[in-house]
Design a protein. Structure first.
Length: 273
């Protein structure tokens, strides 16, 4: 079912707020990962503000859908989305990476309401998501599990062990997203340790594969619906994105993988947003 004009406008405005939070948080902290947080913003907004069953007043609701941020360094986008959704006050965003903050440099399920899995060491998130999805099947639950991987993260061998296991156990309640922005900390993924062709690799591992524009809400939502209708195998949605999306001087610039903007740069970015 296509998105209504009102829903599309709501998602677009929410994504803009999330991107503003990302800039403000990392500038205030003086550290963090804005580039890959900005590229993933639309994916997380589509999940949390259109698709997923969650209850901010009851973060551990047993029937909730689960989300695992495997590329844990993009924690700012998850925190921004959770704050906008009401899991914790937006004022907390200013404490990112500070002593005694509930918002660590990487997601911590013991400290942050709404975080379903502690992540940070790349390559491990899909394995955790597999466990959640398999548990749901064994328990006869109808919740779904979503996981976001980075494209550079696909260079980790554990990802492919987990991909093989997900297909083996026919985890059709599992949907993975790949934030395919083409850049990682050391440069273009094709030059560092190319995981391409990403789509064909997942097909070979027994997954249903969907290609989308990772900044087009209608495209993302259509793919999520197709994943829900796919039975007998897990689905991966390969989302083509732009690193630093929404901030012109950050877009497609590898330098902004793990560098926070200065106060002046943040002001310039916020004006553009």
């Amino acid at each position: 079912m296509p998105l209504s004009k009102e829903k599309l406008e709501e998602l677009t405005m929410t994504a803009r707020k999330v991107r503003r939070h990302i800039i403000e948080m990392t500038a205030e902290a003086g550290s963090g990962h804005p580039g890959g947080s900005l590229s993933a913003a639309d994916i997380l907004v589509a999940l949390y503000f259109h698709e997923m069953k969650v209850d901010p007043k009851n973060p551990h609701w047993p029937e909730r859908d689960r989300f695992v941020l495997s590329k844990g360094h993009a924690a700012p986008v998850l925190y921004a989305v959770l704050a906008e959704k009401g899991f914790f006050p937006k004022e907390e965003l200013k404490t990112l990476r500070k002593i005694n903050s509930i918002l660590q440099g990487h997601p911590d399920m013991k400290k942050t309401p709404g975080v379903d899995m502690t992540t940070g060491s790349l390559g491990q998130g899909l394995s955790a998501a597999n466990g959640m999805a398999l548990a749901g099947k064994l328990d006869g639950k109808d919740y779904r599990v979503y996981v976001l991987l980075g494209d550079g993260e696909l260079e980790e061998g554990q990802v492919w062990e987990a991909a093989m296991a997900a297909a083996h156990y026919k985890l059709d309640n599992l949907t993975a997203f790949v934030d395919y922005n083409g850049l990682q900390i050391d440069g273009p993924i094709v030059e560092v340790m190319s995981p391409e062709v990403i789509q064909e690799k997942f097909r070979a591992f027994g997954w249903h594969v969907i290609d989308v524009n990772g900044h087009d809400f209608e495209d993302i939502v259509r793919a999520i619906e197709e994943a829900k209708e796919t039975k007998g195998k897990p689905t991966v949605i390969v989302a083509r994105t732009v690193k630093g999306k929404g901030v012109p001087f950050m877009e497609n610039q590898v330098d902004w993988h793990g560098k926070a903007p200065s106060r002046e740069q943040a002001e310039e970015a916020l004006k553009g947003l």
